[in-house]
Write a protein that binds this ligand. Structure first.
Ligand SMILES: NC(=O)c1ccc[n+]([C@@H]2O[C@H](COP(=O)([O-])OP(=O)(O)OC[C@H]3O[C@@H](n4cnc5c(N)ncnc54)[C@H](O)[C@@H]3O)[C@@H](O)[C@H]2O)c1
Length: 350
């Protein structure tokens, strides 16, 4: 029975609590949040103890695993302290704000023999698994051209827009898409070009924000093997603008895309009962239903437990999270410099 502490009891903390709480081999023992009422609600629901700080949560007896569900700026300090206290960690994305922080998190886990996973759960979602099957079966051919579009009104949480908290929407969101692209192609990025903007400035909802991160970008990534990825992200549209998401995976022999007729405004990570994937190739058109509710972090929880029990590396291992972060940083660097960022060694600090 693994004892779990949840740090941050907002939206993702509640989902982590539900994922851990649904298991027979884990139980919540401690929860904390800067807003004590949030922690109290989770504590009551799961029979856990509310503590006042993440430091107290790490010191609480019976804690084996820590789920980190606070803004990205606080991930490194908590993850490193948790590893040094011998705790396994499930960390929300983005793993950190900088590669140096991510490297320190990985080094701490390795030095202490603890597991460290990052919740890039999209690669576990039914519809991306259906696309991956078509890719791996060679039905689209190669190289692949991946296009992701994600358009939203300014986000409801100020942390998402603050450079100092989640690093801004491009930092916050694109990691999922970089992770998907690496996983679908099985390739590493060679170069990143990007143009970015801040459209959220001046929007009433964001008036308390003073350190805006980039919220809008066109990003083009070249992968080894000739695969390419283009991302159009805009999280700075006026309040009330309907959302729009799209992904399209082309190859020389066919293409695949997902749709959700009942939820045309769906977020890229959301699933509903009407969601599915269409693949088209020389054999014709094929619809694969991919129904299901909000995926939540269950898949990451299950994989982390497997890693703890058997040593089998989780698909959500921190090195995957770090690889996604490396592309986030490269895109932001390309935006800042107005040039193309060339990437060499995936493990290098650049
Ligand atoms: N995997 C995904 O698809 C996904 C989706 C949304 C958010 N996230 C990530 O999850 C994390 C949390 O986002 P959220 O949407 O749950 O935010 P949220 O605002 O709903 O919840 C964050 C909570 O953390 C608390 N908090 C902040 N700093 C704290 C600290 N140092 N100690 C204790 N409590 C603290 C806040 O009071 C808040 O209740 C972020 O890293 C975000 O990027 C991941």
């Amino acid at each position: 029975m693994l004892g779990v502490a949840i740090i941050g009891c907002g939206d993702m903390g509640s989902k982590h609590a539900a994922a851990w709480g649904a298991r027979e081999d884990a139980r919540l023992v401690a929860v904390c949040d800067h807003t004590p009422e949030r922690a109290q609600t989770l504590a009551q629901s799961y029979g856990a103890t509310r503590v006042d700080s993440w430091q107290e949560a790490l010191a609480h007896s019976g804690v084996d695993v820590v789920s980190i569900c606070v803004p990205a700026c606080d991930h490194p300090a908590i993850a490193i302290a948790a590893a040094e206290a011998g705790k396994h960690v499930l960390c929300e994305k983005a793993m950190a704000l900088t590669l140096a922080e991510a490297d320190a998190m990985i080094a701490a886990a390795e030095a202490n023999g603890t597991a460290l996973s990052v919740c890039h759960q999209y690669r576990g979602l039914l519809r991306y698994r259906a696309i991956k099957e078509a890719v791996d079966a060679g039905r689209l051919g190669g190289p692949l051209s991946l296009r992701f579009a994600e358009m939203r009104e300014v986000r409801p949480k100020l942390a998402m827009h603050r450079l100092s908290e989640n690093g801004g929407p491009v930092h916050d969101m694109t990691g999922h898409l970089f992770d998907l692209a690496r996983w679908l192609t099985g390739a590493e990025a060679e170069s990143v070009t990007a143009i970015g903007h801040i459209l959220g400035r001046g929007k009433p909802r964001l008036s308390p924000v003073h350190d805006f991160g980039i919220d809008t970008a066109e990003i083009l990534v070249r992968f080894s093997g000739g695969h390419s990825l283009s991302i159009a992200l805009n999280w700075g549209l006026p309040e009330g603008t309907p959302g729009h998401s799209q992904e399209l995976i082309h190859g020389p022999m066919g293409y695949a895309y997902s749709s959700d007729p009942g939820n045309p405004d769906r977020f890229l990570g959301d699933l509903s009962d009407t969601a599915g994937v269409t693949t088209k190739d020389a054999q014709g058109s094929n619809w694969i239903a991919c129904p299901g509710g909000d995926p939540g972090p269950e898949i990451c929880v299950t994989a982390l437990i497997e890693e703890i029990r058997t040593g089998t590396r989780s698909p959500f291992h921190a090195r995957e999270g770090r690889a996604a972060l490396r592309l986030i940083r490269a895109a932001l660097q390309a935006i800042e410099t107005g040039g193309t960022v060339m990437l060499q060694d995936p493990d290098s600090s650049g």
